[in-house]
Design a protein around this ligand. Structure first.
Ligand SMILES: *Cc1c(COP(=O)(O)O)cnc(C)c1O
Length: 397
């Protein structure tokens, strides 16, 4: 049996494989340079082009580009009228930006446990958490697996709640052909460096409502009624009017320069990640771990995160030692996620603690995310498989 690097053996590779490193190609590099040379480095025509492409790709009425998914979530909360005294139900199996956005409005996030198989919010648990103060639900399509939107929309519609979908992982996800982000009133997407389509930092709000789109646009730029492009275009000077105390959440043309070349490659990158996914699935079947559950054939999984669940009972090491062991093999890893309710702020402010959401906590203790970027070469994938197999075999109880 081969010895892991952490036990004195030789690492599977010499160079470090960075987790979540994005694939960036020549056209977006040229586009960024072109934008800089044009002098129009703020919000301008390239953002408009990217928004149009995104609308077409998702199949939604409005797409408003912003500077992060966190901003998209905050604006969606504000546009939904969520505020002090309200409750918003979401999953603890997410990045804290989801629930922080609720807190920024003065409302309270209320967590509902996940389905242990899909790792997505459990509709039955949502129903248990609804009170007279509940205003909205934020499902997160975890790792790119679509949530049970039909049931979630039924629950919401029957009680007049709004649904804001966190689509940070799910740009390619479809349910019977319909894109995630178009089931609820609002959808929030991320183009952060590790996501499936990147703009460096960036996000998008999608909605079918003219009214919500208008509020999002106004609040994304100081609460002004006309954006800078209109003000300084050659159609004559236009005064702006501030109608709300808005924020500074606009996307720039430098960011959009990445997006307008990345988005047309979204299917190609998705294909590549699905190949890597299948190779991982096959390689890890007989090891002390559980691979992600298969998705219903009529749905599209976005394959954003490949999360293994370690069978800790069958191993002599814990999850964190496994992470260290992979690091010693020069393989970068991630953890998605430590459940949000166990972070110190949430414990202190809301009194949450261990035992509150058993399924999320079990995942949080056992989960490991392996590299899945479309940038990975076949050799990189071989290295990950070799390192994981070596470690799980060596430390088998
Ligand atoms: C990345 C992420 C966010 C935040 O996205 P940013 O664009 O970095 O603000 C929100 N929710 C989830 C589930 C994420 O993974």
């Amino acid at each position: 049996m081969e010895k892991p690097a952490g036990a004195g053996g030789k690492p599977v590779r010499t160079s470090y494989l960075v987790f979540g490193s994005p694939r960036i190609e020549e056209p977006e590099i040229q586009e960024v340079v072109d934008t800089i040379r044009s002098g129009w480095i703020g919000t301008g025509p390239k953002v408009k082009v990217f928004e149009k492409q995104f609308r077409d790709f998702i199949g939604c009425r409005h797409a408003c580009a912003v500077n992060s998914c966190t901003a998209a979530l905050h604006l969606s909360m504000l546009a939904s009228g969520v505020g002090v005294g309200d409750e918003v139900i979401t999953t603890p199996m997410t990045f804290p930006a989801t629930s922080n956005a609720v807190i920024h409005t003065g409302a309270t996030p209320v967590f509902a446990d996940v389905d242990p198989r899909t790792m997505n919010i459990d509709p039955d648990e949502i129903e248990k958490k609804i009170t007279s103060r509940t205003r909205a639900i934020i499902p997160v399509h975890f790792a790119g697996r679509p949530c049970e939107m039909e049931r979630i929309m039924q629950i919401a519609d029957s009680r007049d709640l709004l649904v804001i979908e966190d689509c940070a992982h799910s740009i390619e996800s479809r349910i019977d052909g319909q894109a995630t982000g178009t089931f609820g009133q609002l959808g929030c997407f991320s183009f952060y460096v590790t996501k499936n389509v990147i703009t460096g930092e960036g996000g998008m709000v999608t909605t079918g409502s003219d009214e919500l789109a208008e509020t999002v646009k106004v609040m994304a730029l100081h609460g002004m009624t006309k954006d800078a492009w209109h003000r300084f275009s050659d159609q004559g000077y236009k005064h702006y009017q501030v109608v709300e105390a808005g924020f500074k959440y606009n996307m720039t043309d430098i960011q959009a320069s990445f997006g307008i070349h990345q988005l047309p490659r979204v299917e190609q990158y998705h294909q590549r990640r699905s190949q890597i996914w299948r190779r991982y699935d096959n390689a890890f079947q007989n090891l002390a771990c559980r691979t992600p559950a298969p998705e219903r054939p009529e749905n599209v999984h976005a394959f954003h995160l490949y999360t293994l669940l370690l069978d800790l009972d069958r191993l002599t090491i814990g999850r964190d030692e496994f992470l260290d062991a992979l690091d010693r093999e020069h393989i970068g890893v991630g953890v998605h996620y430590l459940p949000v309710h166990l972070h110190p702020y949430y414990r202190k402010r809301m009194g949450y603690g261990p035992g509150d959401f058993p399924h999320a906590e079990d995942i949080g203790k056992r989960t490991v995310s392996l590299p899945l970027s479309a940038k990975l070469s076949d050799q990189d994938v071989d290295d990950v498989i070799q390192a994981v197999s070596k470690i799980l075999s060596w430390y088998l109880r």
